[in-house]
Ligand binder design. Structure first.
Ligand SMILES: [Zn+2]
Length: 193
């Protein structure tokens, strides 16, 4: 990794390679894969109230604990599995968030049954368009995240308020918020629209 690379500010706030790698390789990359869309959904719901770095550091442990983020398996977790997860010090041991993950897996499957895929549902909010940031200003939520968070809530999802949803939309690349000095900034795309 070259030290001359100029990035958005947030990955530089600490010297963690896991953070810069996430920024360089995943953040803002458009994803259309339901497995990845669910993985980020779970991680973002656990992110709520904690730093993203904590979540990234625990990501592999989450992956093992939650059956590779298999929503079909998670939707059927029973009380024993919840107790087992609560006993796992490698993940975030919040009973409310663990239960929410089960509820969210069930709601995720309902959406797949209704729309054919979660991808169709979530990208439908922007007619499959990536929304590029028009300035370097920082926002923690916007009209789009308000709208999606409200719809998610109506569908029974937990821990996905507008701020978490905004962060999720950045993670899966519906919102592309790389700042203008960042090497990942796509000047052509921003100006082209
Ligand atoms: Zn960036």
């Amino acid at each position: 990794m070259s030290e001359n690379i100029i990035r958005c500010n947030w990955p530089n706030l600490n010297k963690s390679q896991i953070y810069t790698q996430y920024h360089d390789n995943e953040w803002g990359v458009a994803s259309y894969d339901d497995s990845y869309l669910f993985e980020m959904f779970v991680l973002e719901s656990f992110h709520c109230g904690l730093s993203w770095l904590i979540i990234l550091k625990k990501r592999e442990a989450f992956k093992i604990a939650f059956d590779n983020f298999d929503y079909n398996k998670i939707a059927n977790y029973d009380e024993n599995k919840v107790l087992q997860l609560l006993d796992n010090s490698d993940i975030v041991r919040s009973k409310a968030k663990i239960n929410a993950t089960i509820t969210n897996a069930q709601a995720f499957i309902k959406i797949i049954n209704e729309y054919g895929s979660f991808c169709n549902y979530i990208w439908g909010f922007t007619n499959n368009q990536v929304i590029y940031a028009k300035s370097d200003e920082f926002y923690s939520k916007n009209e789009l995240s308000d709208k999606i968070a409200l719809d998610l809530k109506k569908r029974g999802f937990k821990f996905m308020g507008s701020v978490t949803t905004y962060s999720y939309l950045e993670a899966i690349g519906i919102l592309n918020n790389h700042t203008s000095m960042c090497f990942k900034y796509d000047k052509h795309k921003v100006e082209g629209k």
